[in-house]
Ligand binder design. Structure first.
Ligand SMILES: Cc1cc2nc3c(=O)[nH]c(=O)nc-3n(C[C@H](O)[C@H](O)[C@H](O)COP(=O)(O)OP(=O)(O)OC[C@H]3O[C@@H](n4cnc5c(N)ncnc54)[C@H](O)[C@@H]3O)c2cc1C
Length: 426
């Protein structure tokens, strides 16, 4: 019997440690010194580095990289369980060396980088000596890569990049930017002349690349391979987001349930009103379904590949956004006026829901992927009626009992009644 929903006890002990460590070390840092874990400022590093060291000492650093890619080889399923805790805390992913956008970029480097490229960029990224960004979306068309125009032209020992990118997250503080050109993926140091970062949007940058020259060995993977690399990168990134979303919706759920048991209205606890109970029951089912989908997807990736799991990853992508939207809304609503303020995490969660439906590819595109892939497993029905057309099925099934029906008028009458659509139980 292979189905098993239990967690390996040894890993559960690690998870218990992570939960305790995040509550007592990571959350206080987030609340008092937000951003410290991402900073290279010496004072910030003095606060965050000892925490990162504790994670390394426990063997939990950079769990997203499997052994064949140079990581510790825990596999995606354990990563999913870990992310169910980390996703609750703003800087936990970076303190555990599993933060976007670096993780996806590292996956690309690990899978497609030459030994020299790994030495130069992968290991420094893994050690957070440098940070990175991913520049794919263009202002004229984000959801359709066929509209992208940024291109690199070979000039002697260099590539010259020209184009314009939009919404490059954390581009302003990245040391290197992975720039998706129509003819290849390039690693561009941010301080290269010609990389122009606009003042807004502040966090997700609008970047112009004007005659940006990089050495020939800054091409990652094959020439013309950008889309394959991007898919690899985005697939991994999406499932990691999904894992962390499970943590977010569980947090919303905890807030909602605690409040429902803490406050009275119209003569009883809020939790005793049936419409509140419905919101709690629906949220419980939504979260459980999302969690099982995410864990099943992680299991598929661990046992085959991200490519094999692409339909599931796409389903995770839009289900996350929907569950985050529904559960954070219900939690916010149950909190009443307090829910509308920024005095709890709920407002931020609620406003993250539409973002989640857009970032990493809009939901519509993922739904199309799921529908197309699922439909590949089906054929049109051969004649006028669907395969499940009951009169035809019943006629076919009668042949199995033809001898019995011929020999016994009682059974024949019964079968005839069923054939006329009557439920003649005996
Ligand atoms: C928080 C955040 C972080 C991001 N970080 C990065 C990053 O680091 N690097 C990067 O390169 N990009 C990043 N992006 C950009 C993201 O990849 C794009 O926003 C996304 O691909 C959609 O592109 P768009 O915004 O141009 O929307 P559009 O392509 O203009 O789509 C707008 C709307 O049109 C509709 N639509 C589009 N296509 C279809 C379709 N095929 N079928 C049906 N309806 C459709 C949908 O309703 C969609 O929401 C980020 C986005 C966000 C919100």
């Amino acid at each position: 019997m292979a189905w098993d929903f239990s967690t390996d006890p040894e890993f559960q002990r690690q998870l218990d440690w992570v939960a305790e460590f995040c509550a007592t070390e990571v959350e206080p840092l987030d609340l008092v010194f937000p951003g410290a874990a991402y900073s290279l400022d010496p004072k910030a590093k003095a606060l965050a580095d000892p925490l990162k060291q504790q994670v390394k000492d426990r063997g939990l650093w950079a769990l997203f990289l499997d052994r064949d890619l140079g990581g510790p080889g825990f596999g995606q399923l354990k990563l999913a369980l870990l992310n169910e805790i980390l996703g609750r805390y703003r800087s936990a992913p970076v303190i555990f060396g599993t933060a976007a956008p670096d993780t996806g970029n590292m996956e690309m480097l690990a899978a497609y980088g030459t030994p020299e490229q790994k030495e130069r960029w992968l290991y420094p990224l893994m050690n957070q000596e440098i940070f990175s960004a991913f520049s794919m979306t263009e202002p004229q068309g984000g959801s359709d890569p066929r509209l992208f125009q940024t291109r690199a032209v070979r000039d002697g020992d260099e590539w010259v990049i020209n184009g314009e990118k939009w919404f490059t997250s954390a581009g302003f503080r990245a040391d290197i930017i992975f720039v998706m050109c129509v003819n290849g993926m390039f690693v561009v140091p941010r301080d290269t002349p010609g990389v122009e970062i606009a003042d807004y949007p502040a966090l997700h940058n609008h970047i112009r690349y004007r005659d940006v020259r990089v050495p020939a060995d800054h091409l990652l993977g094959p020439e013309d391979g950008a889309r394959v690399l991007a898919q690899r990168r985005l697939g991994g990134g999406r499932i990691h987001h999904a894992m962390r979303t499970v943590a977010q919706v569980k947090l919303a759920f905890d807030i909602m349930c605690e409040r429902a048991l803490s406050r009275q209205s119209h003569g009883k606890m809020i939790a005793e009103h049936q419409m509140v109970q419905e919101m709690i029951a629906d949220s419980y089912a939504d979260i459980t379904m999302l969690r099982l989908l995410v864990l099943w997807t992680a299991w598929t990736i661990a046992n085959s590949s991200t490519r094999e799991a692409r339909t599931q990853v796409a389903a995770c992508k839009y289900t996350c956004a929907k569950v985050l939207r529904d559960v954070s809304y219900r939690a916010l609503h149950i909190m009443g006026s307090l829910g509308t303020t920024d005095l709890t995490p709920l407002q931020a969660m609620w406003s993250a829901a539409p973002t989640m439906a857009i970032a990493d590819g809009v939901d519509e595109v993922h739904k199309v992927t799921v529908a197309r892939n699922v439909l590949k497993g089906y054929q049109p029905h051969p004649g006028l009626w669907p395969t499940e057309y009951l009169p035809a099925k019943r006629e076919e099934a009668r042949k199995k009992y033809a001898d019995l029906i011929a020999a016994d008028p009682d059974l024949a009458a019964w079968a005839d009644a069923a054939g006329r659509g009557r439920l003649a139980w005996r």
